[in-house]
Design a protein around this ligand. Structure first.
Ligand SMILES: NC(=O)c1ccc[n+]([C@@H]2O[C@H](COP(=O)([O-])OP(=O)(O)OC[C@H]3O[C@@H](n4cnc5c(N)ncnc54)[C@H](OP(=O)(O)O)[C@@H]3O)[C@@H](O)[C@H]2O)c1
Length: 276
Protein backbone atom coordinates (compact mmCIF):
# COMPACT_ATOMS: atom_id res chain seq x y z
CA UNK A 1 0.00 0.00 0.00
CA UNK A 2 1.51 3.31 -1.04
CA UNK A 3 1.66 6.16 1.41
CA UNK A 4 -0.08 8.83 -0.59
CA UNK A 5 -1.93 11.99 0.14
CA UNK A 6 -5.66 11.96 -0.29
CA UNK A 7 -6.76 12.24 -3.92
CA UNK A 8 -7.70 15.90 -3.59
CA UNK A 9 -4.23 16.76 -2.39
CA UNK A 10 -2.14 14.78 -4.85
CA UNK A 11 0.55 17.30 -5.62
CA UNK A 12 4.30 17.26 -5.70
CA UNK A 13 5.42 19.08 -2.59
CA UNK A 14 8.70 20.48 -3.83
CA UNK A 15 10.51 21.44 -7.01
CA UNK A 16 12.48 18.25 -7.17
CA UNK A 17 9.31 16.18 -7.05
CA UNK A 18 7.75 18.47 -9.63
CA UNK A 19 10.68 17.87 -11.97
CA UNK A 20 10.42 14.11 -11.38
CA UNK A 21 6.74 14.20 -12.28
CA UNK A 22 7.45 16.16 -15.42
CA UNK A 23 10.08 13.61 -16.45
CA UNK A 24 8.39 10.39 -15.44
CA UNK A 25 4.72 11.23 -15.60
CA UNK A 26 2.00 11.04 -13.00
CA UNK A 27 1.15 7.38 -13.43
CA UNK A 28 4.67 6.22 -12.63
CA UNK A 29 5.01 8.78 -9.86
CA UNK A 30 1.82 7.56 -8.24
CA UNK A 31 3.00 3.97 -8.46
CA UNK A 32 6.29 4.91 -6.84
CA UNK A 33 4.74 7.10 -4.20
CA UNK A 34 6.52 10.17 -5.56
CA UNK A 35 3.65 12.53 -5.02
CA UNK A 36 3.58 13.60 -1.46
CA UNK A 37 3.77 11.49 1.60
CA UNK A 38 1.16 11.54 4.28
CA UNK A 39 1.65 10.15 7.73
CA UNK A 40 -2.08 9.66 8.19
CA UNK A 41 -2.87 5.94 8.29
CA UNK A 42 0.82 5.12 7.79
CA UNK A 43 2.73 2.34 9.53
CA UNK A 44 5.75 3.90 11.21
CA UNK A 45 8.83 2.49 12.88
CA UNK A 46 10.83 4.56 15.37
CA UNK A 47 14.13 3.30 16.77
CA UNK A 48 15.16 4.17 20.34
CA UNK A 49 11.65 5.11 21.36
CA UNK A 50 11.75 4.32 25.08
CA UNK A 51 12.95 7.85 25.92
CA UNK A 52 14.03 11.22 24.60
CA UNK A 53 13.22 12.26 21.06
CA UNK A 54 12.22 8.72 20.06
CA UNK A 55 9.47 8.67 22.64
CA UNK A 56 8.26 12.09 21.48
CA UNK A 57 8.22 10.78 17.88
CA UNK A 58 5.82 8.00 18.81
CA UNK A 59 3.40 10.54 20.30
CA UNK A 60 3.82 12.92 17.34
CA UNK A 61 3.03 10.18 14.79
CA UNK A 62 0.02 9.05 16.82
CA UNK A 63 -1.22 12.63 16.91
CA UNK A 64 -0.70 12.88 13.16
CA UNK A 65 -3.00 9.88 12.69
CA UNK A 66 -0.57 7.02 12.06
CA UNK A 67 -2.29 3.64 11.85
CA UNK A 68 0.45 1.78 13.69
CA UNK A 69 3.76 2.69 15.32
CA UNK A 70 6.44 0.11 15.98
CA UNK A 71 8.14 1.57 19.06
CA UNK A 72 11.47 -0.18 19.12
CA UNK A 73 13.67 -0.32 22.19
CA UNK A 74 16.43 -2.46 23.60
CA UNK A 75 14.23 -3.57 26.51
CA UNK A 76 10.58 -3.29 25.38
CA UNK A 77 8.11 -1.94 27.90
CA UNK A 78 4.56 -2.40 26.55
CA UNK A 79 3.18 -0.17 29.33
CA UNK A 80 5.09 2.88 28.09
CA UNK A 81 2.43 4.02 25.62
CA UNK A 82 -1.26 3.71 26.43
CA UNK A 83 -2.41 3.52 22.81
CA UNK A 84 -3.36 0.28 21.08
CA UNK A 85 -1.75 1.51 17.85
CA UNK A 86 1.69 1.23 19.47
CA UNK A 87 3.57 -2.02 19.32
CA UNK A 88 6.64 -2.15 21.59
CA UNK A 89 9.24 -4.34 19.91
CA UNK A 90 12.84 -5.24 20.75
CA UNK A 91 15.71 -3.83 18.74
CA UNK A 92 19.40 -3.33 19.25
CA UNK A 93 20.65 -1.56 16.13
CA UNK A 94 24.16 -2.92 16.66
CA UNK A 95 22.95 -6.53 16.37
CA UNK A 96 22.43 -8.06 12.90
CA UNK A 97 20.10 -10.77 14.27
CA UNK A 98 17.94 -8.26 16.12
CA UNK A 99 17.51 -6.12 12.97
CA UNK A 100 16.72 -9.19 10.84
CA UNK A 101 14.08 -10.43 13.33
CA UNK A 102 12.42 -7.02 13.36
CA UNK A 103 12.36 -6.79 9.57
CA UNK A 104 10.74 -10.24 9.40
CA UNK A 105 8.07 -9.09 11.86
CA UNK A 106 7.38 -5.59 10.54
CA UNK A 107 6.87 -6.09 6.81
CA UNK A 108 4.14 -3.45 6.72
CA UNK A 109 6.47 -0.56 7.65
CA UNK A 110 6.12 2.52 5.45
CA UNK A 111 8.10 5.15 7.34
CA UNK A 112 11.35 4.31 9.13
CA UNK A 113 12.77 6.80 11.63
CA UNK A 114 16.41 6.05 12.48
CA UNK A 115 16.53 7.88 15.79
CA UNK A 116 18.52 5.63 18.16
CA UNK A 117 22.05 6.81 18.82
CA UNK A 118 24.91 6.67 21.29
CA UNK A 119 26.98 9.56 22.60
CA UNK A 120 30.10 9.27 24.77
CA UNK A 121 30.81 13.02 25.04
CA UNK A 122 34.47 12.30 24.51
CA UNK A 123 37.03 14.11 22.39
CA UNK A 124 38.56 12.12 19.54
CA UNK A 125 42.11 12.30 20.91
CA UNK A 126 41.30 13.08 24.57
CA UNK A 127 39.38 9.82 25.07
CA UNK A 128 41.29 7.14 26.98
CA UNK A 129 40.96 4.68 24.08
CA UNK A 130 38.96 4.23 20.88
CA UNK A 131 36.25 1.98 22.34
CA UNK A 132 33.75 4.85 22.73
CA UNK A 133 34.33 5.98 19.17
CA UNK A 134 33.84 2.42 17.97
CA UNK A 135 30.57 2.15 19.92
CA UNK A 136 29.28 5.45 18.46
CA UNK A 137 30.20 4.36 14.95
CA UNK A 138 28.55 0.96 15.52
CA UNK A 139 25.24 2.51 16.65
CA UNK A 140 25.15 5.79 14.73
CA UNK A 141 26.59 4.68 11.39
CA UNK A 142 26.48 0.87 11.08
CA UNK A 143 23.18 0.75 12.99
CA UNK A 144 21.53 3.07 10.46
CA UNK A 145 23.16 1.20 7.58
CA UNK A 146 21.81 -2.11 8.93
CA UNK A 147 18.30 -0.68 9.27
CA UNK A 148 18.34 0.90 5.79
CA UNK A 149 19.54 -2.34 4.20
CA UNK A 150 16.89 -4.40 6.01
CA UNK A 151 13.99 -2.02 5.38
CA UNK A 152 14.67 -0.68 1.88
CA UNK A 153 12.98 -3.69 0.21
CA UNK A 154 10.08 -3.48 2.65
CA UNK A 155 9.54 0.21 1.89
CA UNK A 156 9.72 -0.54 -1.84
CA UNK A 157 7.09 -3.26 -1.49
CA UNK A 158 4.89 -0.82 0.44
CA UNK A 159 4.96 1.93 -2.17
CA UNK A 160 8.17 3.88 -1.43
CA UNK A 161 7.49 5.59 1.87
CA UNK A 162 10.28 7.33 3.74
CA UNK A 163 13.44 6.99 5.77
CA UNK A 164 14.15 9.73 8.31
CA UNK A 165 17.73 9.81 9.61
CA UNK A 166 18.21 11.85 12.75
CA UNK A 167 21.59 13.50 12.39
CA UNK A 168 22.93 16.56 14.16
CA UNK A 169 24.43 19.92 13.33
CA UNK A 170 27.61 18.12 14.40
CA UNK A 171 27.35 16.08 11.18
CA UNK A 172 28.13 19.24 9.19
CA UNK A 173 30.95 20.59 11.37
CA UNK A 174 32.68 18.91 14.27
CA UNK A 175 32.17 19.87 17.91
CA UNK A 176 35.52 18.67 19.30
CA UNK A 177 34.25 18.05 22.87
CA UNK A 178 32.18 15.23 21.28
CA UNK A 179 34.54 14.67 18.39
CA UNK A 180 33.98 10.96 17.76
CA UNK A 181 30.17 11.30 17.99
CA UNK A 182 30.25 14.07 15.38
CA UNK A 183 32.43 11.88 13.16
CA UNK A 184 29.81 9.10 13.40
CA UNK A 185 27.04 11.55 12.51
CA UNK A 186 29.10 12.91 9.58
CA UNK A 187 29.49 9.32 8.37
CA UNK A 188 25.74 8.88 8.69
CA UNK A 189 25.13 12.07 6.68
CA UNK A 190 27.26 10.69 3.87
CA UNK A 191 25.38 7.39 4.16
CA UNK A 192 22.08 9.30 3.96
CA UNK A 193 23.15 10.83 0.64
CA UNK A 194 24.12 7.39 -0.67
CA UNK A 195 20.83 5.82 0.42
CA UNK A 196 18.88 8.74 -1.05
CA UNK A 197 20.52 8.19 -4.42
CA UNK A 198 20.15 4.39 -4.31
CA UNK A 199 16.47 4.53 -3.36
CA UNK A 200 15.43 7.34 -5.70
CA UNK A 201 14.21 4.81 -8.24
CA UNK A 202 11.84 3.15 -5.78
CA UNK A 203 10.36 6.51 -4.72
CA UNK A 204 11.55 6.47 -1.10
CA UNK A 205 11.93 9.91 0.44
CA UNK A 206 15.20 9.95 2.41
CA UNK A 207 15.32 12.79 4.89
CA UNK A 208 18.35 14.10 6.78
CA UNK A 209 17.55 15.92 10.03
CA UNK A 210 20.25 18.28 11.30
CA UNK A 211 18.96 18.73 14.82
CA UNK A 212 20.25 21.29 17.29
CA UNK A 213 20.36 20.61 21.04
CA UNK A 214 17.31 18.78 22.41
CA UNK A 215 16.16 18.70 26.04
CA UNK A 216 16.79 14.98 26.59
CA UNK A 217 19.19 12.87 28.63
CA UNK A 218 21.70 13.08 25.80
CA UNK A 219 22.15 16.83 26.22
CA UNK A 220 21.42 17.20 29.89
CA UNK A 221 22.83 19.16 32.81
CA UNK A 222 25.45 21.83 32.68
CA UNK A 223 24.86 22.49 29.01
CA UNK A 224 24.12 26.18 28.54
CA UNK A 225 23.04 25.87 24.88
CA UNK A 226 19.28 26.50 24.44
CA UNK A 227 17.61 23.10 24.03
CA UNK A 228 14.47 22.40 22.02
CA UNK A 229 11.76 20.38 23.82
CA UNK A 230 11.58 16.90 22.23
CA UNK A 231 7.84 17.15 21.53
CA UNK A 232 8.36 20.38 19.56
CA UNK A 233 11.29 18.85 17.68
CA UNK A 234 9.31 15.69 16.82
CA UNK A 235 6.24 17.64 15.68
CA UNK A 236 8.41 19.87 13.45
CA UNK A 237 10.03 16.84 11.83
CA UNK A 238 6.69 15.12 11.20
CA UNK A 239 5.49 18.36 9.60
CA UNK A 240 8.62 18.47 7.40
CA UNK A 241 7.87 14.90 6.36
CA UNK A 242 4.41 16.01 5.25
CA UNK A 243 6.06 18.67 3.09
CA UNK A 244 8.46 16.11 1.55
CA UNK A 245 11.52 18.03 2.73
CA UNK A 246 14.83 16.27 2.32
CA UNK A 247 17.30 18.29 4.43
CA UNK A 248 15.70 19.59 7.59
CA UNK A 249 16.87 22.04 10.27
CA UNK A 250 14.00 21.45 12.69
CA UNK A 251 14.53 23.98 15.50
CA UNK A 252 15.43 27.66 15.91
CA UNK A 253 19.05 27.03 16.77
CA UNK A 254 19.71 24.51 13.97
CA UNK A 255 17.92 26.78 11.48
CA UNK A 256 20.35 29.61 12.29
CA UNK A 257 23.35 27.26 12.18
CA UNK A 258 22.07 25.83 8.89
CA UNK A 259 21.98 29.31 7.35
CA UNK A 260 25.60 29.87 8.35
CA UNK A 261 26.57 26.45 6.95
CA UNK A 262 24.92 27.20 3.62
CA UNK A 263 26.68 30.56 3.40
CA UNK A 264 30.10 29.52 4.68
CA UNK A 265 30.79 25.94 5.88
CA UNK A 266 34.31 26.87 6.96
CA UNK A 267 32.95 29.62 9.22
CA UNK A 268 30.73 27.01 10.89
CA UNK A 269 33.73 24.75 11.40
CA UNK A 270 35.59 27.63 13.03
CA UNK A 271 32.60 28.47 15.25
CA UNK A 272 31.89 24.93 16.47
CA UNK A 273 35.60 24.13 16.63
CA UNK A 274 35.97 26.56 19.53
CA UNK A 275 33.86 24.16 21.63
CA UNK A 276 36.61 21.98 23.08
N1 LIG B 1 19.90 15.45 22.53
C1 LIG B 1 20.47 16.29 21.67
O1 LIG B 1 20.87 17.41 22.02
C2 LIG B 1 20.61 15.89 20.23
C3 LIG B 1 21.08 16.86 19.33
C4 LIG B 1 21.19 16.52 17.98
C5 LIG B 1 20.83 15.26 17.55
N2 LIG B 1 20.38 14.34 18.45
C6 LIG B 1 20.01 13.03 17.95
O2 LIG B 1 18.65 12.81 18.25
C7 LIG B 1 18.41 11.41 18.38
C8 LIG B 1 17.70 11.13 19.69
O3 LIG B 1 18.56 11.53 20.74
P1 LIG B 1 18.02 11.76 22.22
O4 LIG B 1 18.43 13.13 22.60
O5 LIG B 1 16.61 11.35 22.36
O6 LIG B 1 18.98 10.75 23.01
P2 LIG B 1 18.73 9.84 24.30
O7 LIG B 1 17.75 10.47 25.20
O8 LIG B 1 20.10 9.54 24.81
O9 LIG B 1 18.08 8.52 23.66
C9 LIG B 1 18.84 7.68 22.84
C10 LIG B 1 17.98 6.52 22.46
O10 LIG B 1 18.74 5.67 21.60
C11 LIG B 1 18.68 4.34 22.12
N3 LIG B 1 19.85 3.55 21.76
C12 LIG B 1 21.15 3.81 21.99
N4 LIG B 1 21.91 2.81 21.52
C13 LIG B 1 21.06 1.89 20.97
C14 LIG B 1 21.22 0.65 20.32
N5 LIG B 1 22.43 0.11 20.16
N6 LIG B 1 20.13 0.00 19.86
C15 LIG B 1 18.90 0.53 20.02
N7 LIG B 1 18.65 1.70 20.67
C16 LIG B 1 19.74 2.37 21.13
C17 LIG B 1 18.57 4.54 23.63
O11 LIG B 1 18.12 3.33 24.23
P3 LIG B 1 18.52 2.93 25.77
O12 LIG B 1 17.54 3.64 26.66
O13 LIG B 1 18.38 1.46 25.79
O14 LIG B 1 19.92 3.41 25.99
C18 LIG B 1 17.55 5.67 23.65
O15 LIG B 1 16.27 5.16 23.45
C19 LIG B 1 19.80 10.75 18.27
O16 LIG B 1 20.00 10.31 16.95
C20 LIG B 1 20.75 11.88 18.59
O17 LIG B 1 22.03 11.68 18.05
C21 LIG B 1 20.26 14.63 19.77
Amino acid sequence: MAVLRSQAAWRPANDNRRRQLHRFGWRRALRLGEVGLDVRDAVVMVTGSNRGLGRAFVDAFLQAGAAKVYATMRRPDPALFGDPRVQAVPLDVTDDGSVARLAAEAGDTQILVNNAAALTKLAALGAPDIEGARMEMEANYFGVLRMCRAFAPILAANGGGAIVNILSIGALANVPSSGSYCASKAACWSLTQAVRAELRGQGTLVMAVFAGAIATEMARAGNTTPRCPPDVMAANIVEALRRDETNVFPDTSSAATGELYKKDPWALEAQLGRNR
